[in-house]
Design a binder for this molecule. Structure first.
Ligand code: AMP
Ligand code: MG
Length: 316
């Protein structure tokens, strides 16, 4: 049965081929020694994750990136500009990483996380840690140690509690394995920031993208239908018309007087909204409501990534 682990206990478990929940600044991950196939297989099993959905490998330094992947000059620049941080880079993989981690792809997704606890675990263990988000496949990603225990406690030896995740949504993924950089997933690093370094970027986010097999159109399931609104007044009008008692509201901006509601950011701040998103989805999902109305954010900064998650949560 899962419990809260110290860093020392987690390192020991990982070195023994066990899987543990670990805090990162994006979301909590379910970590395994990336070089140990049986441990990686346990991650897929505990999450009920299909084998075609590859894992991100977490490393502590740029030198460690070089040990597992071919690092081009452009990719190195990207790491130097934004790592450690919420950015994952897809690169041609080296032999050190088993095919199971990359779902047979010749590329590996690599990230240098910024969370001090995760960095401590990486440095102390000397391992490369394969870690997808620590939630059952298709459900909302965890942003606290308790979320991990609630969803996966029975299947893992434990979780290290590193407090609430500061970024709160998953990393942005950029494929640098081919000539032209391509964004495969919007996330905690804003597109505008990346474009400062890489120039205008093409995005390829659909679920049919063979390079990001895990980007399924339906994800982040809060356990009930989610209806999206571009416009706040339209949301309020629908709420009024439909009796509203059974409806939860996920919104931003000026406070809305409504029983089951969650304000992502009163100041309309996209970074704050991202950090609150999964907590809000989870709270409404566990409340008495049978449906969620969600007000989409403006399409800029982390608003894009929040809207992407809301759209996936709304898809059946
Ligand atoms: P998660 O860690 O659960 O947020 O999911 C990691 C995501 O990274 C997967 O769903 C894939 O879309 C993406 N990913 C991991 N490895 C690769 C790779 N080699 N090529 C492209 N995308 C990848
Ligand atoms: Mg995930």
């Amino acid at each position: 049965m899962g419990k809260v682990l110290s860093i020392t206990e987690a390192v020991k478990a990982l070195c023994n081929g066990q899987i543990v929940g670990l805090p990162t600044e994006t979301v909590y991950g379910l970590g395994a020694d990336a070089s140990c196939e049986s441990a990686v297989a346990e991650v897929f099993k505990a999450k009920n994750r299909p084998n075609f959905d590859p894992l991100i490998v977490h490393v502590p330094t740029l030198d460690a990136v070089r040990e597992i992947a071919e690092l081009s000059k452009a990719a190195e620049q990207l790491f130097l500009a934004f790592s450690p941080g919420p950015l994952t880079v897809v690169l041609p993989k080296k032999e050190t990483i088993p095919d199971l981690v990359t779902s047979g792809h010749p590329t590996v997704a690599v990230r240098i996380p910024a969370h001090p606890v995760m960095l401590d675990v990486l440095h102390s263990s000397g391992l490369y840690i394969a870690a997808p988000s620590a939630n059952p496949f298709g459900f909302t990603s965890p942003t606290s140690a308790q979320h991990v225990l609630d969803q996966l406690g029975a299947k893992i030896s434990g979780v290290v509690d590193g407090g609430p995740c500061s970024v709160g949504i998953e990393s942005t993924i950029v494929d640098m394995s081919v000539g032209i950089p391509k964004v495969l997933r919007l996330g905690g690093m804003a597109l505008e920031q990346l474009e400062h370094v890489l120039g205008p970027l093409s995005t390829q986010l659909s679920s049919s993208n063979p390079n990001a097999p895990g980007m399924l159109s339906s994800h982040y399931n809060p356990g009930m239908p989610v209806q999206l609104f571009l416009d706040r007044d339209a949301l309020l009008a629908a709420l009024k018309m439909n009796g509203s008692k059974d409806i939860g509201v996920l919104y931003w901006g000026e406070s809305i007087a409504h029983g089951s509601s969650f304000n992502l950011s009163e100041q309309c701040n996209d970074t704050e909204a991202a950090s609150n998103l999964f907590k809000g989805l989870r709270l409404l999902g566990h409340s008495q409501v049978t449906q969620v109305y969600a007000h989409l954010l403006p399409e800029s900064g982390l608003g894009r990534a929040v809207n992407d998650r809301l759209q996936r949560a709304a898809n059946k």
